[in-house]
Design a protein around this ligand. Structure first.
Ligand code: SOE
Length: 389
């Protein structure tokens, strides 16, 4: 496909504009339409972000013959229905995670994606950091020896106070799981990507630190901070977890553990992990994305700073600037879009070729892991990840 690829975006909360900005940095893809809950909102966003067409109903956007691919940037409870409708309209689909509300639904999406032959992606952006490509390459080349421990976590603080509120807290909108599905899913995707190993079974302990929160009378956009006092609050019961610790076994016997929390003061978006190998260890923290700690037993430890000249061949194409010009979160989304749209531009077929971005298969795997974690917590036992496909 040599023409410019035309894209429609559904949803414009926290993540929709991040997708739009990343797409615009590519050059060969353009955002031609936005859909929102109603026409007024769609028009306002279209005007603000200079998008030619605005739709008050996503179904209208899907009938637009000019649109090749559609991004699903809506709240979680709408993911399944909209992902399905996008594929039924014959368009390529890039969805936010989680793909659906449970693994049964996400399995249905994978089947439909295969049947329709569209290019499907899920925005697991953390594996797209330049340093993650380097770590994956180091593991693949055996630099660490054999990796036998994977440990770390993902902590945030934007839901620390009981007055912090967001649609993700309500299970009808965000889903049965919150911290695990929202940020644990990123951790699992990232470590499975860099190690090339799959999680086989889990043992989980979850906790809702604030079972009752004060919901502001005026809805809050993700990360917008506390509602102004004057607007008032309503008490609301919350059953989704603020915290989880999960023991994990990988298919090859590797063991690990992770802790996720959205109530950890000072940790803004701290996705971190350490791999312990028989030769070396490595540690990475998303809040300092250009730095990789390399641990040795018999010589001083080292720090690798991201630099295309110091990276392995297989990792260099993820770096777009010289060392010291740090690439971070928005750049990881740009890398996701670049890989996804290059695949489409080159006319590739997911049934025949491997993608270098997360597809619905990996989105589904993530749902299966989340379901196993919830079940393990409920039943207080090890639970195998069921693939359902
Ligand atoms: C909110 O917890 C959130 O924006 C997640 O939904 C994103 O996926 C993550 O990248 C950052 O935190």
């Amino acid at each position: 496909m040599n023409k410019t690829i035309n894209v429609g975006i559904i949803g414009s909360g926290f993540i929709g504009p991040a997708h739009i900005e990343a797409i615009r940095r590519l050059g060969f893809v353009q955002v031609v339409a936005i859909a929102e809950q109603n026409e007024e909102k769609a028009r306002a966003v279209a005007e603000k972000l200079n998008i030619p067409k605005a739709y008050g109903d996503y179904k209208e956007l899907l009938t637009d013959p000019d649109i090749d691919a559609v991004h699903n940037c809506t709240p979680n409870h709408l993911h399944f229905e909209i992902n399905k409708a996008i594929m039924e309209a014959g368009k390529h689909v890039l969805s936010e995670k989680p793909l659906a509300m449970d693994a049964k639904e996400s399995a249905e999406l994978v089947r439909l994606a295969r049947e329709k032959g569209v290019v499907h992606g899920v925005n697991f952006n953390y594996r797209q950091y330049p340093m993650m490509k380097q770590v994956a390459e180091m593991v693949r080349r055996g630099d660490l020896g054999s990796v036998y421990l994977v440990h770390g976590g993902y902590q945030q603080d934007w839901l620390l106070y009981d007055t912090d509120f967001n649609w993700r807290l309500a299970k009808e909108v965000g889903g049965k799981s919150r911290a695990v599905a929202d940020i644990g899913s990123h951790w699992c995707d990232t470590v499975q990507y860099v190690t090339g190993k799959r999680i086989k079974e889990v043992f989980a302990d979850l906790w809702t630190v604030h079972p009752v929160r004060k919901k502001p009378k005026v809805a809050q956009v993700t990360y917008s901070g506390q509602a102004p006092d004057g607007d008032g609050y309503d008490p609301v019961e919350v059953s989704t977890e603020d915290y989880a610790s999960v023991l994990i076994h990988f298919e090859d016997g590797t063991k690990g553990v992770f802790t996720v929390s959205q109530v950890s003061a000072g940790r803004k978006n701290r996705l971190s992990f350490e791999l312990s190998g028989s030769e070396k260890s490595v540690f990475w923290d998303q809040e300092e994305p250009a730095r990789l700690w390399i641990g040795h037993r018999d010589q001083p430890n080292q720090t690798l700073m991201a630099d295309p000249g110091l990276f392995y061949e297989g990792a260099r194409d993820a770096v777009h600037y010289p060392g010291g010009h740090t690439e971070g979160w928005p750049d990881s989304i740009k890398n996701m879009m670049l890989r996804y749209y290059t695949f489409i531009r080159e006319g590739k077929d997911l049934l025949k070729e491997r993608a270098d971005f997360a597809t619905f298969e990996e989105g589904h795997l993530s749902m299966c892991i989340t379901d196993a974690i919830l079940q393990s917590h409920e039943q207080k036992r090890w639970v195998q990840v069921q693939h359902l496909l």
